[in-house]
Design a protein around this ligand. Structure first.
Ligand SMILES: Cc1cc2nc3c(=O)[nH]c(=O)nc-3n(C[C@H](O)[C@H](O)[C@H](O)COP(=O)(O)O)c2cc1C
Length: 358
């Protein structure tokens, strides 16, 4: 199992959803950076369960403790260890799932791969694993902003069949995204999304959605052709987030409907650099950032664990019906926003250090 991501800014996450705790070790953060728990906690607070009625009721404070690698508020350059305790475990909620693998969850595949799996919850496949990534990515965000002024903002651009309207990627901020619990910056569309999520929840069902993301002020030149192209690393990072089903950058799949003359991004002089008039490339050409905003979208499926009765089979192949108990997210995208942002920071932070190392 690979729990490590990155080449020079490297993060290893650890922990299961119903074990004692989760966390991460970050190796390679540039020394001297000012850092405390206060830099990491805000993104963990945006990710944590139990925030609103739109998310799972599991109550976790998700308070991070920095164990190593920081002294007197400054990064030492040695491994930064971070831990978060699990407090609100309810193993009894998973009783009926011991013999019945949840349809479209990871119970069956983990059992097939390892021959053993955690007795309750999803273990490493649970979204609690993402706490370690978010904590590590918050450090990458801090270093990227300090050294380059990089700003990363993600938002919910659709929930089920409700889309989020037009958003100006140059102006959007985390403050506008967080104005409502669904994290869609358009208040009118956010209201429709919230109603859709609440209706699915009441029906013991779940909904998918799309998280969009913009990374501004990324300097030109980041990305390592040919296998570690910027978009290849972003795609890997995003598709490693649980429940993701798709990734597109720039014009994405929609760009296939345009002619080259419509799709090309003509060059123009911009504030002392060469920029482009349009940004169908999504800020990346040839796998290397071109100085324009990096813009991409990530598709999330409807979460698998639902209270609605489903016909399925147990591990022995006997027909059965599963009605999942316990506390689960009816839609993951509001909580996925900080996960997408911090994974983007891990990719860009790593590629920035690789560019410096040339
Ligand atoms: C923020 C977040 C919260 C999630 N919450 C749930 C949940 O409550 N119930 C569930 O079945 N899946 C949830 N998931 C998704 C599962 O972890 C994931 O679907 C499962 O591990 C199977 O992996 P796969 O969907 O990537 O194939 C969540 C994912 C994210 C990103």
């Amino acid at each position: 199992m690979s729990s490590t991501f990155g080449t020079l800014f490297r993060v290893t996450t650890f922990g299961e959803s119903h074990g004692k705790g989760v966390g991460a070790i970050v190796d390679g953060c540039p020394p001297g950076l000012d850092l405390s728990e206060n830099d990491i906690q805000p993104q963990l607070d945006r990710r944590r369960p139990g925030q609103t009625k739109l998310t799972t009721d599991r109550q976790e404070a998700d308070q991070v403790t920095i164990l190593s690698g920081v002294e007197n508020g400054r990064v030492l350059g040695t491994p930064i260890g971070m831990s978060v305790a699990n407090k609100d475990q309810r193993p009894g909620d998973y009783e009926e799932m011991r013999s019945v693998p949840r349809p479209s969850h990871a119970d069956y595949t983990y059992q097939m791969k390892y021959g053993i799996r955690t007795s309750s919850g999803g273990g490493r496949s649970s979204a609690r694993e993402t706490i370690g990534r978010v904590a590590a990515g918050a450090i990458a965000e801090k270093f990227l902003y300090a050294d380059y002024g990089v700003e990363i903002v993600a938002w919910v651009s659709s929930v089920g069949t409700v889309s989020g309207g037009d958003i100006d990627e140059n102006l959007i901020t985390r403050a506008t995204v967080d104005q409502n619990p669904v994290r869609c910056p358009s208040a009118r569309h956010a209201e429709q999304m919230m109603q859709a999520i609440m209706a699915a929840k009441e029906d013991n069902d779940s909904l998918g959605g799309i998280v969009s993301c913009v990374c501004r002020h990324v300097p030109a030149g980041l990305g390592e052709p040919v296998f570690d192209k910027m978009e290849a690393r972003l795609a890997q990072a995003m598709l490693s987030i649980p429940a993701t089903k798709g990734f597109e950058i720039g014009s994405g799949f929609g760009g296939t409907r345009l002619a080259g003359s419509q799709h090309n991004d003509p060059f123009v002089k911009k504030e002392g650099r060469l920029g482009t008039i349009t940004n169908n490339s999504g800020g990346v050409q040839g796998g290397i950032s071109n100085g324009e905003p990096i813009v991409f979208r990530v598709a999330f499926k409807p979460p698998a664990t639902i209270g609605k009765a489903q016909h399925t089979a147990d591990f022995k192949g006997r027909n059965t019906t599963l009605e999942a108990k316990g506390r689960h997210d009816p839609c993951v995208v509001p909580r996925a926003v900080p996960i997408v942002e911090t994974m983007a920071a891990l990719v860009i932070g790593d590629l920035a250090l690789r560019q410096r190392a040339r």
